[in-house]
Design a binder for this molecule. Structure first.
Ligand code: AMP
Ligand code: MN
Ligand code: MN
Length: 328
């Protein structure tokens, strides 16, 4: 047996031997964080396990239609005998949902994953939800309709509707399994990627009005004042970065989001074959070749200047083609 097969088998045993399983993911959760969390948790509930869904920042309203969404809590409330972290490249990104405890299981698809748990299943797939979908059978867990809906939402969001450069035939085959189990792809797509609140759209407007460009880099910022003006109460940036990536005369897009605790959340997107993940990692963040992020301390002015300088230098001198990345 390879060590990967060992890990998959160990995870199966741990999941079945546990009774109360804590599932958690990263701060400012995206669709893959939510979909992976609920998808795995709902499958575990279907075999009689007690499950706690813990997201430090709570559930974004975009995903409230999914089964189990109303069970998401922001801090663990009971003892648990097994912990699983999904879609999270480092432990700090859980926002402290596990306290000082080392997680038992880490299931993730980020090339920058720090393998922080006792058992780490890290595969370079298009979404963590696709790793979970692929292994449910190995783990003797049923792919119920609610689980399939959550997992397909994870795949749809992380691939922005199956149009990121890491989408392969395998990605579509895994998604087709979810559709075959009854998940309604057009409805889930619409709910996850098309439907927007007025506040989110207003926030886009404020961000777009401040759009800037220097050579092949475009960027904008969102501060707390913008959120107030737009009456946007979410933690994230309403995915405004996805709008910036549609600009054809730019190779790198960056969004600076003012966050609590004197730091700025930086989001990068790069067009293939550029690899932005190592730049994000050098700022203590992480991600993928084409999409990465970091939380950087400082004021908006300081962080913007610093990050843009580093991004320019990286674009000019330091770019690695995505296919040279090793480590997985
Ligand atoms: P975002 O820009 O937040 O949409 O994130 C893009 C990608 O980078 C996602 O796969 C995130 O999980 C990852 N990422 C974002 N911020 C961080 C961070 N502070 N640390 C590690 N990974 C991050
Ligand atoms: Mn994520
Ligand atoms: Mn993901």
């Amino acid at each position: 047996m390879t060590s990967k097969n060992n890990t998959i088998d160990t995870i199966r045993q741990l999941l079945h031997n546990a009774n109360n399983i804590l599932l958690t993911s990263h701060i400012r959760p995206d669709g893959d964080a939510v979909g992976s969390l609920l998808g795995l948790g709902l499958a575990l509930m279907a075999v009689g396990k007690d499950v706690q869904f813990v997201l430090t920042d709570g559930l974004p309203s975009t995903f409230k239609h999914l089964s189990g969404a109303d069970q998401v809590i922001t801090a663990a409330k009971e003892d648990f005998d097994l912990s699983v972290v999904v879609d999270c490249s480092d432990l700090e990104r859980t926002g402290g949902s596990l306290g000082e405890n080392q997680p038992d299981i880490n299931i993730d698809h980020h090339i920058t994953n720090l393998k922080f748990a006792r058992h780490n299943l890290v595969e370079a797939k298009a979404a963590t939800a696709s790793i979970i979908t692929n292994h449910l059978k190995d783990w003797d867990l049923p792919l119920t309709l609610p689980a399939a809906e959550a997992l397909l939402t994870g795949m749809i969001t992380d691939t922005i509707g199956f149009r990121t450069s890491n989408v392969t035939g395998e990605t579509l085959r895994i998604a087709s399994v979810l559709v075959d189990h009854g998940a309604n792809i057009s409805e889930l797509y619409d709910q996850a990627l098309v439907t927007r609140s007025y506040a989110e759209t207003k926030l886009w407007g404020l961000g777009l009005s401040r759009l800037e460009r220097d050579g092949r880099i475009v960027w904008t910022s969102l501060n707390n004042e913008d959120k107030k003006l737009a009456k946007f109460h979410g933690k994230g940036s309403a995915d405004i970065i996805n709008l910036l990536t549609s600009i054809d005369d730019a190779d790198i897009a960056v969004v600076f989001l003012e966050s609590d605790n004197h730091h700025i959340k930086v989001s990068w997107r790069a067009k293939p074959p550029l690899d932005i993940s190592k730049l994000a990692l050098s700022f203590g963040g992480g991600g993928h070749a084409a999409a990465a992020g970091a939380d950087v301390n400082g004021t908006m002015e300081e962080v913007t200047a610093h990050i843009l300088k580093a991004t320019r230098a990286y674009l000019k001198n330091g770019i690695l083609p995505a296919n040279q990345i090793s480590g997985l």
